[in-house]
Ligand binder design. Sequence first.
Ligand SMILES: Nc1ncnc2c1ncn2[C@@H]1O[C@H](COP(=O)(O)OP(=O)(O)OP(=O)(O)O)[C@@H](O)[C@H]1O
Ligand SMILES: [Mg+2]
Length: 382
Amino acid sequence: MMTAILGFGGFVLGALDSEHPQRSDVQEMVKAATRAATITRQLLAFSRRQVLLPSVLELNSVVSDLTRMLGTFLGADIQLSMRLDPKAGRVHADRGQLEQVIVNLAINARDAMPTGGRLALETSDVMLDSSYATRHPGVTIAPGRYAMLVLTDTGKGMDEATRLSAFEPFYTTKPVGQGTGLGLSTVYGIMKQSEGFVWLYSEPGLGTCVKLYLPSVTDPLNEVPPPETSPRRGHETVLIVEDEGTVRALAGRALQESGYTILEAPNGRAALELVRNQATPIDLVVCDVIMPEMNGREFGRLLALENPRIPVIYMSGYPGNQVIERGLMPPEAPFVEKPFTAASLGHMVRTLLDRRSPFKGDETAPLTTGLPDSNVMGLPPF
Ligand SMILES: Nc1ncnc2c1ncn2[C@@H]1O[C@H](COP(=O)(O)OP(=O)(O)OP(=O)(O)O)[C@@H](O)[C@H]1O
Ligand SMILES: [Mg+2]
């Protein structure tokens, strides 16, 4: 659902000029959908099923890259300040997760300052010795150097009961519909997964301070460069098999705008019929894994009997490893997680088509390397 709302919302936004009276309505819609998509991701992160791409990152650069975004959603009444110590150094973490931690904490700070205030972000490096560890029983703290990020707000703070329960999943003091209570539990889960930890200091009326510690590393930066923004175009025929009409239309539209000819089928049976009876050959299939009648894996098997040369991209709202564990798609098959963006799907389609026949694409550029998007996985090496 989120894929459809975000995708079509994006199309409408792109079509409306900045003065259009309905533009802000659509913008609000897209914002709400983004929030809903985030919540889904939080649930997945909390249950530790998310696919991670940890790399060596400069903590300061992760924080400063978020400045613009934070400024936008904090609004004009909240003053954002940053003090980034160049010595804060490097950490080994998944960038998306680290961003999620910071964003969740900043959202909490914003909610605690409904009439405005200040949010300060500071980084530094600290040395924790074994006596520090013994002073914090119940938490495993390896002595050593840590990169620290501190967020301090001037909001309403927390009473003791709230402070003690704040990290529990689904604990919220916000009205129904405004908080899921997953923000801090997600932060906790991610920090733990990254071998770091988090402390919370808060007093009613005095604001809140959250300290995050991540083990420092000295390895060279090794983040995979961000994907090129728009995928290369193509003219091939792509069949989209998906029972959800809106997602099917969205995927179709996204690929159509990149030049592809699109065929659609609501289920595996109809899709196989198209493959058999289609005058122009089908070059690639994009297929949902959970469909009534026939799941993705079964469809893939029957398709291979018809024509083993057609590559299939599987898509699902569930993480790839889960879908594979449940036998819904073949292991190691190309996979794209919903909600996907037009660009991530486009990259994946182009990459597979190029690999099948390098000279059929619009351009004669060499094969792309590297993963096209962080929510795309499962491409075996070239
Ligand atoms: N910076 C803060 N200032 C005051 N109270 C806070 C702050 N951060 C968290 N809290 C309290 O801790 C509770 C739990 O926070 P958490 O982020 O887990 O959930 P939430 O913000 O209520 O909902 P969600 O993050 O899922 O939208 C909040 O409801 C709030 O009472
Ligand atoms: Mg929150």
